[in-house]
Write a protein that binds this ligand. Structure first.
Ligand code: ADP
Ligand code: MG
Length: 619
């Protein structure tokens, strides 16, 4: 961790520690509310800001935790408040019920795409709210009152400073565990969700599972917040858990800054404090009673989103960095640069024998309605061979790539990878079997560091999961993954940019970063979609050198490329496509003189040299 962030955290902790000593009991109550909101808002930040899933349903999960607790300890319901250990039973049961609900709702909604997931969260928010309000045994809409205070080992927590320390201790612990998680193998997989499903699965990430993990963590945080709420308020009713409150949590996250864990704390503080003040002030100013603060909040969120998409946290950190002339933020975990604690390298997969057939595409046809994008195309690539697929725009090259990489299945024909028929098999399984790829349109996570982006490629070579990461028990695993990422980055010439955000690299360097990420998976077949696009001459030469080195190691390389100078000097064989058909295949020299190829590219049978003339033609 950098000295700067340690200093900030130290000051923040000191303030939190002495705050209740300086505050009136009214403000301690306010601080307790902020803490409980912040805890649940952490879940919203994780869902919405980190994983890209908008949820309006967080309040309902808080309600589940609160109602479970109230039902157990409430004198009007089970009345177990005096039982030994009941707080822990309530916490455990509350979490269990919250997580069970979240799991079922996750199964139903996480596969939905686009606007359906947010709509789904509204739907369950409404149903749970109605459930709380209808069940007679839970006091219908009047709720459950007269709950006993929290008592652990003879200590009564009440709603004052003791409760304050418990609430804020929970917030800080949760933030710490989540930060640990996000800076790990599983964390990278979760953050990859924002980069799109296609990229994440190609890296071997189980997208559904990663979404479910985030979903359960968010629900669990809400459940704990609900437990604290029941003991602090000592009264629960349905109103605080309706969809309006779900929107409030989202407001807090957006206002505070949805991409940072700090955003949850800042957002909860702003909303709770402002609401306290505005509720008193606005009716005085306007001379009448009413919920005017809601209007102010609505306007505030619109304004903040307009001016600072990163929320108040984003604006503050930019201001601070500018004021103190600080450089970009650094990742907190980097592999040890020296061999002070040597990590054994990751094991490598069994190499195909030299000359072994790695990829065998047999007469694949792909139709889009009436359009035949690939018509009975066949090609083979062996270990230690570089093959290029070239052809004019719309020839069907990307479609062929998609058929090979499992993005879609062919209508006819077979794709055989390392001896197995893999038609339409999930890109995740293909990645596990040794197929890695880059994308024609770069798919990186711009805010993640170069090192972390590369390490995502090694996802399937690590083992540690959520709990080990959150508790930082993944040291060795993580060290090996990051060392591998570092080694591959140094190999492709990006070694000096390890802790820079990927989005700050030039486009050419981002392409090279994608190659390093693909190499982190230890592939035996590498698919490169226009690797040289946007590279300068020197970078192209370095890239060609790298690809030759991979060939020498026995990797099979299949690339689509428009830059003929690059292709002709590098590859072993070329397949030429036009209108979905393979029109030629052979050695570069032969292709350059092939009349059909010349006709396809130049529209006439001129005897010009393809190498000089076909260059442009980007998509
Ligand atoms: P290339 O990569 O060689 O430029 P593509 O494989 O992208 O060519 O496209 C081949 C043809 O298939 C084009 O006519 C394109 O419009 C069409 N096509 C590609 N993908 C789809 C799709 N998902 N749905 C419908 N048509 C598609
Ligand atoms: Mg294409």
């Amino acid at each position: 961790m950098s000295r700067r962030s340690s200093a900030f955290i130290g000051v923040g902790l000191a303030v939190l520690l002495v705050l209740p000593l300086l505050s009136s009991s009214f403000y301690i109550t306010v601080l307790n509310n902020i803490g409980m909101y912040a805890l649940a808002t952490l879940g919203v930040v994780l869902l919405t800001g980190v994983a890209g899933m908008t949820s309006f349903g967080q309040a309902a999960f808080v309600g589940l935790g609160a109602y479970t607790t109230a039902a157990l300890i409430g004198p009007s319901v089970l009345n177990l408040g005096a039982m030994a250990g009941i707080p822990w039973i309530a916490l455990g049961l509350g979490l269990l019920i919250t997580l069970a609900f979240a799991f079922v709702l996750g199964l139903l909604t996480l596969k939905l795409s686009g606007h359906y997931l947010p709509l789904g969260t509204i739907a369950w928010g409404m149903s749970l709210y109605s459930l709380f309000g209808t069940l007679e045994s839970l006091g219908s809409h009047t709720g459950i009152a007269d709950l006993p205070p929290l008592k652990i080992a003879g200590v009564v927590f009440g709603d004052g400073p003791r409760m304050y320390y418990l609430i804020w201790g929970s917030v800080l612990l949760a933030a710490l565990l989540i930060r640990n998680l996000l800076e790990s193998r599983m964390g990278r997989a979760i953050r990859a969700l924002r980069g799109g499903q296609e990229m994440a699965t190609s890296m071997g990430v189980d997208v559904f599972r990663a979404k479910m993990v985030v979903f359960l963590i968010a629900a669990g945080l809400a459940g704990i917040s609900g437990w604290l709420y029941a003991y602090t308020q000592r009264f629960v009713s349905p109103a605080p858990f309706n969809v309006q409150s779900g929107i409030d949590y989202l407001f807090m996250a957006l206002l505070g800054g949805v991409t940072s864990l700090w955003g949850a704390l800042i957002g909860a503080s702003i909303v709770v404090l402002l609401r306290e003040w505005l509720q008193d002030l606005l009716p005085l100013l306007l001379g009448r009673a009413g919920n005017f603060e809601s209007i102010v909040f609505g306007l505030l969120v619109v304004l903040v989103m307009q001016r600072w998409p990163g929320g108040v946290y984003g604006a503050l950190s930019t201001l601070l960095a500018r004021g103190l002339k600080l450089g970009p933020r650094h990742a907190t975990r980097l592999p040890a640069p020296d061999a002070s604690m040597p990590v054994p390298p990751l094991p490598r997969r069994a190499r195909p024998n030299p000359g072994e057939r790695v990829l065998d595409v047999r007469g694949v046809t792909k139709r889009f309605g009436g359009l035949v994008a690939n018509n009975a195309v066949s090609l083979q690539v062996d270990a230690g061979e570089i093959m290029a697929v070239i052809g004019p725009n719309g020839a069907g090259k990307s479609t062929l790539f998609n058929l090979i990489s499992g993005v879609m299945a062919p209508n006819e024909g077979d794709v055989i990878f390392r001896g197995h028929r893999v038609n339409g098999q999930s890109p995740r399984l293909l990645a596990a079997a040794g197929l890695s790829r880059t994308f024609q349109h770069v798919k990186l996570l711009p805010e993640m560091t170069v090192l972390e982006n590369a390490a995502l490629g090694a996802h399937l070579r690590g083992r540690k999961g959520v709990f080990a990461s959150a508790l930082r028990l993944d040291g060795e695993d993580e060290g090996r993954l990051l060392s591998e990422a570092r080694a591959q980055l140094e190999r492709v010439g990006l070694g000096e940019f390890l802790d820079r955000p990927a989005g700050s690299l030039a486009l050419g360097q981002q392409r090279v970063l994608e190659i390093a990420r693909a190499l982190c998976a230890d592939p035996c077949l590498l698919l490169l979609d226009e690797p040289a696009a946007g590279l300068r001459l020197k970078e192209k030469e370095a890239l060609a050198e790298l690809i030759r080195k991979l060939r020498a190691e026995g990797v099979a390389v299949l690339l689509v490329e428009h830059d003929m100078d690059f292709v002709m000097g590098l590859v072993d064989r070329i397949v030429v496509m036009e209108f979905g058909q393979k029109i030629a295949e052979g050695l570069p020299e032969a292709i350059q003189r092939d009349p059909a190829v010349l006709k396809a590219y130049l529209g006439a049978d001129v005897g010009a040299d393809v190498g000089a003339d076909v260059g442009g033609g980007g998509e």
